[in-house]
Design a binder for this molecule. Structure first.
Ligand SMILES: Nc1ncnc2c1ncn2[C@@H]1O[C@H](COP(=O)(O)OP(=O)(O)OP(=O)(O)O)[C@@H](O)[C@H]1O
Ligand SMILES: Nc1ccn([C@@H]2O[C@H](COP(=O)(O)O)[C@@H](O)[C@H]2O)c(=O)n1
Length: 821
């Protein structure tokens, strides 16, 4: 459904306000039925008639989403929810759970599935179920499959089922058969009278029954329409793209359809320890960089807008600085009741899934900066421990083992569980935002040492796995993963997922040459090395959010050695005036960066400051006449190896002399035409007054969009109380189809890098920022007029003047209070 701006004679601003109000009102009342037209198949039959078994085969063959009412209820039952005990008792007694509960579980599952064809298995069980579904979901089934099976056969099958179900016993089975005859058969009769029932004789082997089902399904219009699609996804890369898009759709929050699946309430007793330690590893303490007045790091604006300082040699001191200004702790906070640490690299919910690992040449001993023998005698791989700013030795590497010269390698991995503990299924997105933040943090810190950085993205996932010695703690293969979230003692859930490796090398001159094939061969020998240290355990109990691990597996990067390693030329970012940054040094900015919890709702940003922040968000920086933004030449975007895919839709609330409204920053101008045709035709695409020539910023519409920004960002005031907020809109499905599903996490990395720039810029000009992971995905797309998956909003941000919470005490980062918080 489209929302149109009414063309009246009222001033533009009022017209746009009205438009936003209409959008909000419409979004709030929109029913499932008009979002898309789902194809609904009810699958009915007595207990044990084989509904579930056939649904699995149908779903696989014809790509339906299989929603079993019984499974959803059992999941709810074991999730400790308030209705859990009641559901357990009803199921054990073979009776029917109140319809409101079942229908709401189904409604949520339909919304979050991302599919449009559904098998609804074991529903409706009675007239009340049927009527509630039609009322709440607002649709009728397109077809009803009825598996007709004799009672003795059903009893035999159920008693042999052996899945530990509370209702698989003869007493409950007798009651269930009675309920089936009394309550369920009338529903089947109801749909028969409407000509919707297709009765299938359920006697025979599983395959024989499926033979009878197949022609019924194959004849359906929705299947014929999708046939082309099925063919195109037959190759494994297409299947991986499907897996990525399914995950993406399934983890969308929706204004009307509810939130992506996550835990109900936080299990504080099992909050993962934010500090991974390799117990018994030799430790190399790193040096702490001096704060003001001895701060020797360059001026913040200078690293973006002029050439970098001369490269420092790789040493204990310089590596200490690299990590101190990118990945170390920046403060401890305490309310008296709880104490927690903050880091230079931000993380959603301050949960810190990102772990870092350094591959370094030997660091020679010196009297002032002593280093212990294992670190000084050979190259080494170490895990970085931010808690005490030290390196934990994982392996010593003799020089011919790795063909890397004149460079360091910094690798990142994610402990997905840390983020999933709080955010459930959506957590995989957030972990990848954090990888992006860490990449940008490392790039900026390296620049202060005269070092350049670039992803070693020719390596594949398995290469990184070997590099980090992760072989001992693999998740199970996807086919052995449970097919729903499972709670329990699952130590593998704490395993690290390797993300990427960054090459760090002296800036200027010829970049190091990397022969990927040679490097991969060397990496393949590493697992045989002696690995030191045993990882600490992070939680006692876990929840396996299965879809996260399945998606992580599907989007693993294959090696692309053939593409070679190359480094983009460095471009300056345009600078309006150094005065905007008031002589802040890089260290002051990166170490004082905080995520604002609230914005004051009054601060007005100067227009030049606004434009300057956006100029620093450009990937290509200063360009010659006729050249366009797109290539990633500037700091820190140059760490990425692909052209910019991420743009920003800006909700401008308070910028002096700039009309409030919706704006769009086009970060890759090759996409401009597609964006214009994909978005609302009503949008103005006007260049705002005074906008610097090289800044591809467009006004889409004028109006007060504070309420809209708030609603879209999960009703959070912080999105409306800043000076501006934004949604990062990435070219999405075409990127995955053109390059591969492995671009899925990378798109999130790119948003994280952009987010890091926003954080640093905001702090450097004296205000603050906050990354917002909670937003209503498709409602954002609806406002922009985006349909389908060509463009998707992947991260939100707000920038403004923070309100400080004076009840929170700030403590120095080092030495910390000595707790694992
Ligand atoms: N055609 C078949 N022949 C023999 N066994 C079958 C057949 N179809 C299913 N089964 C087995 O019978 C048992 C019940 O099947 P299934 O769980 O699919 O039934 P259901 O109709 O979904 O039951 P319920 O309503 O109790 O969930 C399972 O153990 C399954 O493996
Ligand atoms: N619409 C429904 C579906 C199921 N239940 C309860 O769950 C039990 C098991 O269901 P299966 O589909 O897995 O057989 C069933 O006996 C009911 O107690 C329900 O209440 N409403």
């Amino acid at each position: 459904m489209k929302y149109r701006i009414t063309r009246t004679e009222v001033p533009n601003v009022l017209r746009f306000m009205a438009f936003f109000k209409t959008v909000i009102a419409k979004l709030a009342t929109e029913a499932t039925s008009n979002r898309c037209n789902p194809f609904i198949t009810f699958v009915l039959g007595g207990p044990g008639s084989g509904k579930g078994t056939q649904c699995v085969k149908i779903a696989e063959t014809f790509r339906f989403a299989h929603l079993s009412a019984g499974d959803l209820l059992r999941e709810e039952m074991s999730s400790n929810s308030e209705n859990g005990t009641m559901i357990h008792d009803i199921i054990k007694d073979g009776k029917i759970v109140p319809s409101e509960i079942t229908v709401n579980l189904l409604r949520k599952a339909i919304h979050s599935s991302g599919n449009h064809k559904f098998l609804i298995d074991g529903f409706p069980r009675n007239e009340e179920n049927r009527i509630a579904f039609e009322r709440i979901v607002g649709v009728e089934p397109d077809i009803v499959l009825f598996f007709d099976c004799p009672e003795e056969e059903m009893v035999k099958r159920v008693l042999n089922r052996n899945q530990g179900r509370v209702d698989d016993n003869i007493d409950t089975m007798k009651k269930r058969l009675e309920v089936f005859k009394k309550l369920n058969l009338p529903v089947i009769d109801y749909y028969s009278a409407k000509g919707k029932v297709c009765k299938i004789n359920a006697v025979g082997t599983v395959n024989e029954v499926f033979e009878k089902v197949q022609p019924v399904l194959a004849a359906l219009r929705c299947i014929r329409d999708d046939a082309l699609d099925i063919e195109s996804s037959s190759s494994s890369s297409a299947a991986a793209v499907d897996a990525a898009t399914r995950y993406h759709n399934r983890t969308k929050h929706s204004l009307t359809g509810g939130y992506a699946r996550g835990p109900r309430g936080l299990d504080w007793a099992n909050q993962p320890n934010p500090f991974l330690r390799f117990l018994s590893s030799p430790l190399l303490p790193l040096l702490h960089s001096p704060p003001e007045p001895h701060d020797d790091s360059p001026l913040y604006h200078s690293v973006f807008s002029s050439s970098l300082p001369p490269p420092q040699p790789f040493s204990h001191a310089s590596i200490s600085r690299l990590l101190y200004d990118s990945l170390s702790l920046s403060a401890w906070k305490s309310t008296g009741l709880s104490t927690w640490s903050l880091r230079v690299n931000p993380s959603s919910g301050n949960l810190h899934p990102t772990e870092s690992h350094l591959l370094s040449p030997p660091l020679p001993l010196s009297q002032q900066q002593p280093s212990s023998p294992p670190f000084s005698s050979s190259s080494f791989l170490a895990h970085y421990s931010p808690k005490d700013h030290s390196l934990e030795l994982r392996a010593s590497i003799s020089p011919p083992d790795l063909p890397l010269h004149r460079s360091l390698l910094l690798a990142f991995s994610s402990i997905l569980w840390r983020e999933a503990w709080k955010y459930g299924e959506r957590a995989f997105r957030y972990c990848n935002h954090d990888v992006g933040h860490a990449l940008a943090a490392a790039a900026v810190s390296a620049a202060t040492l005269g070092w350049d950085v670039c992803l070693l993205d020719g390596l594949g996932h398995d290469d990184l796995h070997r590099l980090l010695g992760l072989d001992r703690s693999n998740p199970p293969s996807p086919d052995r993963l449970p097919d729903r979230p499972v709670r329990g003692r699952l130590p593998w859930v704490e395993s690290q997922h390797p993300d990427c490796a960054l090459l760090i090398f002296p800036f200027g001159g010829t970049p190091p040459s990397v022969d990927y094939a040679e490097l991969a061969l060397a990496l393949s020998r590493l697992p045989a090395m002696e690995w030191l240290g045993k990882p600490n355990s992070l939680s006692k109990d876990h929840v396996c959010w299965d879809v996260i691990y399945k998606t992580a597996e599907a989007v693993k990067k294959p090696p692309t050695y053939g593409e070679g390693f190359s480094v983009n030329p460095f471009h300056r970012s345009p600078l309006i005036s150094p005065d905007l940054y008031k002589d802040m040094t890089v260290r002051q900015v990166v170490r004082k960066r905080r995520s604002a919890v609230d914005m004051d709702g009054v601060h007005v940003l100067e227009k030049d400051t606004f434009y300057q922040i956006l100029l620093h968000c450009l990937p290509s920086g200063e360009l010659g006449l006729g050249e366009k933004q797109g290539k990633q030449f500037t700091l820190p975007f140059r760490v990425l190896t692909w052209d910019a895919e991420v743009h920003a839709a800006l909700f401008v609330h308070r910028v002096r002399d700039l009309p409030k409204g919706l704006y769009f920053l086009v970060r890759n101008e090759e996409h401009l035409d597609r964006l214009k045709s994909a978005m609302r035709s009503e949008f103005e695409w006007e260049r705002p007054e005074g906008c610097p020539a090289g800044l591809p910023l467009y006004r889409l519409a004028r109006g007060d969009c504070r309420e809209l920004a708030k609603q879209l960002s999960c009703h959070q005031d912080i999105a409306s109380d800043g000076c501006f907020s934004l949604g990062m809109v990435a070219r999405f499905e075409p990127v995955l189809r053109e390059k591969g599903a492995w671009m899925y996490p990378r798109l999130f990395w790119e948003t994280g890098v952009l987010g890091q720039v926003l954080y640093l810029e905001a702090h450097a000009v004296g205000i603050s920022a906050t990354g917002i992971g909670c937003y209503f995905d498709d409602d954002v797309h609806e406002v922009l007029g985006l349909q389908g998956l060509e463009f998707q909003s992947l991260y939100h941000f707000t920038i403004g003047s923070p309100v400080l919470d004076k009840r929170i005490l700030s403590l120095p980062a080092y030495p910390g209070p000595g707790i694992d918080a």
